[in-house]
Design a protein around this ligand. Structure first.
Ligand SMILES: Nc1ncnc2c1ncn2[C@@H]1O[C@H](COP(=O)(O)OP(=O)(O)OP(=O)(O)O)[C@@H](O)[C@H]1O
Ligand SMILES: [Mg+2]
Length: 386
């Protein structure tokens, strides 16, 4: 028999003793803490409670240190308690890393259910694969094209172990780029996360000529609101089955943007237009705040050497170096789209080389082949020089 886990819950700045009493009633060990104690929890070596509850009743703001704790210790569950279901508090809670939210009247059942979900999430087996998310700073900057080609390049390295998931619930473009005609979609996945097992999940996948497995967007307009949790479930389950999971993230869907906890890298794609560069700066700083600086990478898609806004200008605005400037090649991009054949499958053009170089950086594949490396190794497969 396995011992039952007694959840340790830190209640930060509670309005009264009610929360501790309710938690005690459902067999949890609750400790009361101050905002200063929460700050101490952000230390990398600080021992973590299973769950932190932040009480915002009495018009208290969520302490700024909450987001720092979550960044440093992503496994710590965060629950926000509020007087009412107020969207601005909900948004503030999400920014601070909370994934559960309970408002008055607060019952022991509501608390218990929320905490069980936090613990279940924490107990889920660690994702084995690496997740790379792509999000555009603005429409049309080349995000889907880049993501599809990075997936294609990685599928050469890890055939049948690379999955591309289009997280646009409706009318995503990746199917066109892959030349695929999927029968099932992300909506089937989101609606059935409770049924996930390997056979069910693989049943939703389409195989592409480019080699990547593909979870497509839906063709039907999808109206129902989906929160971050089902997206997290899809992404994390995918990473248990595939070595590389590439995500096409809709930039205007807050739920998806909030579901990227398991992503190894989040790539913000911009181009050299003023609106895109400003968008990239805002988006990159919000994502750095939420997921940590090291995980966010800004790249330029459709780069043009003659453009008025230079690489240096963008680097200043987005506060990081740009290692990847994917050259603009309208003819090749259009041809690939019309043929439903990602251009990373072909060699000898700068754009394909740019996609492969980005794939190598994300997957941390050594760009320098050893002198006596036998052909057929990872590098040669990625460069096509096998
Ligand atoms: N490097 C490139 N050079 C030239 N054209 C490109 C390049 N990358 C993408 N394109 C073209 O730009 C257009 C938009 O590309 P894509 O759909 O990848 O952008 P997106 O950022 O995903 O757009 P959306 O906001 O609609 O999702 C397409 O016509 C595509 O062929
Ligand atoms: Mg797109």
């Amino acid at each position: 028999m396995t011992a039952r886990l007694i959840p340790e819950v830190l209640v930060v700045d509670p309005l009264d003793r009610e929360l501790e009493q309710l938690l005690g009633e459902c067999g949890m060990r609750a400790t009361r803490g101050s905002a200063a104690e929460l700050t101490a929890l952000a230390h990398p070596s600080a021992k973590q409670p299973h769950v932190v509850i932040v009480d915002t009743r009495g018009a208290r703001a969520i302490p700024a240190s909450m987001a720092a704790v979550k960044r440093q210790h992503p496994a710590t569950g965060v629950l926000v308690v509020a007087a009412e279901s107020d969207p601005s508090v909900l948004l503030e809670a999400m920014r601070a890393g909370a994934t559960e939210f309970v408002h008055e009247p607060i019952t022991s059942t509501a608390l218990e259910q929320s905490i069980s979900r936090l613990l279940a999430h924490r107990a889920s087996p660690a994702a084995a694969g690496e997740i790379f998310a792509f999000v555009g700073a603005k429409g049309g900057v080349g995000t889907t094209t880049t993501a599809v080609n990075v997936a294609t390049a990685l599928a050469k390295v890890a055939p049948s172990q690379t999955l591309f998931a289009d997280l646009h619930v409706a009318h995503g473009d990746a199917a066109l780029l892959f030349g695929a005609e999927p029968r099932f979609s992300i909506v089937d996945a989101l609606e059935n996360t409770h049924r996930f097992d390997e056979a069910f999940f693989r049943g939703l996948i389409t195989t592409t000529k480019a080699g990547a497995a593909f979870l497509a967007s839906s063709d039907r307009a999808f109206v129902q609101h989906v929160g971050p949790q089902p997206f997290r479930a899809v992404v994390e389950f995918a990473a248990q089955l595939y070595r590389y999971v590439i995500l096409d993230v809709p930039r205007s869907d807050a739920a998806v943007l909030d579901a990227l906890d398991a992503a190894s890298r989040i790539v913000v794609v911009t181009n050299q237009e003023l609106a895109a560069v400003r968008g990239a700066s805002r988006l990159a700083s919000a994502l750095r705040e939420r997921y940590g600086r090291d995980r966010v990478l800004v790249i330029v898609g459709r780069a043009d050497k003659q453009a008025e806004i230079s690489q240096g200008d963008i680097e200043k605005v987005v506060a990081s170096k740009l290692k990847h400037m994917l050259p603009s090649d309208y003819r090749l991009a259009l041809q690939a789209l019309n043929n439903g054949r990602p251009l990373a499958l072909d060699n000898h053009n700068k754009l394909a080389a740019g996609f492969r170089s980005l794939a190598k950086e994300l997957a941390k594949i050594d760009p320098e082949p050893k002198h006596n490396e036998a052909s057929g190794g990872l590098f040669s497969r990625l460069t096509g020089r096998g």
